[in-house]
Ligand binder design. Structure first.
Ligand code: PMP
Length: 355
């Protein structure tokens, strides 16, 4: 730490990203990327003609993408803002919005950045523990006195809330902003977008990193009423107006217009999830009911750490969190079927070695 660091950040604990291996040959099931390549329409954007325009700044409004998202969800373009991954959009939210109490409520465990951004922007984080079954307890989110942020489905559990519970949270928190992070919503949960017509305290954040196969392009977006989006634009234009590069804007716009490819890949991931969940259950695993492109599983005989390490030694990368109450679990991204078959056979070997 240098002597110049802002003293407020002396104790800041940064987010720890999942491992991004520098070598080939690993089966990568650790950061919930889509195993399928981006839509061919998105890929065509990276052509000589577009690359040759890179001496020009991108459109700071990312209008092509904002319009494509607004069309897709039946919203007005003033209800959408795009960012460099939904992480940036979340950062803008924590920068822009502050309740009188400074408090931010979110589930624990959930996406690690909620705590980190609370700390960066000097808000008071109030983690609310999950129930014993690792579900979010919606009762604990009623009539609060601060901003609420919920991932739906939650990560790392993959469990979704139902819309009635989210609506109750919106209704009983009229004076609080409720942010719903729908990073994984396309894999089986229901989106809150229809609530945007009814509730002006709702902001929805989504990403192109998961169901649209564009994690490497870094594109996310938020949807809300025009005032909320104008507030976020105020931050964006004060911080980094050119936050999205030219190619990513166009690739994401092309991806969201390619519904056929989206439906096809999404369906395959859901089918693979159903199949691998049943296979692991047959081997004695507890598999939480997932509405995401990952599963959160606990072996009947291997500790979370041992299962993670055993897979890692055999070139399969998954995610393990040391913290309680989830240290017995590992999170496995749903990959292509052949990769999940390898995972299954390695898992069988590990269980046999154990006995
Ligand atoms: N929200 C949740 C719940 C996530 O798990 C992630 C990424 N793993 C993000 C947001 C951020 O995704 P991105 O910045 O790639 O859009």
């Amino acid at each position: 730490m240098s002597r110049f660091l802002n003293r407020q950040y002396e104790k800041l604990e940064p987010y720890t990203p999942g491992e991004q291996p520098k070598t080939d040959g690993l089966i990568k099931l650790n950061t919930n990327e889509n195993p399928y390549e981006p839509s061919p329409r998105a890929r065509r954007v990276f052509c000589e003609e577009q690359v040759s325009k890179l001496m020009l700044y991108p459109d700071p409004e990312a209008a092509e993408l904002v319009n494509a998202v607004a069309d897709y969800y039946g919203l007005e373009k003033e209800q959408v803002i795009a960012g460099n991954g939904s992480d940036e959009i979340l950062a803008f939210c924590f920068m822009a919005f502050k309740s009188p109490s400074d408090k931010v409520y979110f589930p624990e465990p959930s996406y690690g950045f909620y705590k980190v951004y609370s700390d960066v922007f000097l808000l008071k984080s109030n983690p609310i523990p999950l129930k014993e079954d690792l579900r979010i307890d919606p009762e604990k989110y009623k009539n609060l006195d601060g901003t609420i942020i919920l991932a739906n489905p939650n990560a790392p559990t993959g469990i979704a809330l139902n819309l009635e519970d989210i609506e109750d949270i919106l209704k009983t928190n009229e004076s609080n902003l409720v942010i719903i992070d729908e990073a994984y919503v396309d894999f089986g949960a229901k989106s809150c977008v229809p609530f945007l017509r009814k509730y002006d305290n709702l902001l929805i954040v989504q990403t192109f990193s998961k169901s649209r196969s564009l994690a490497g392009a870094r594109v996310g977006f938020a949807m809300g009423n025009k005032e909320l989006i104008a507030d976020l634009n105020r931050i964006k234009f004060s911080f980094n107006p050119y936050n999205l590069n030219r190619l990513s804007v166009q690739a994401a716009a092309a991806a969201i217009r390619d519904d056929e490819y989206f439906q096809k890949t999404r369906k395959k991931i859901i089918e693979t999830r159903t199949w691998i969940s049943a296979e692991l259950e047959a081997l004695g695993f507890t598999v939480l009911p997932s509405s995401a492109n990952f599963i959160f599983v606990k072996s009947g005989s291997l500790s979370g750490k041992d299962y993670f390490t055993g897979l890692r030694e055999r070139n399969i990368l998954v995610r393990h969190f040391e913290k309680e109450p989830v240290s017995d679990f590992v999170r496995i991204t749903i990959g292509k079927e052949e990769d999940m078959r390898t995972l299954l056979s390695v898992t069988k070997d590990l269980l046999t070695e154990r006995n």
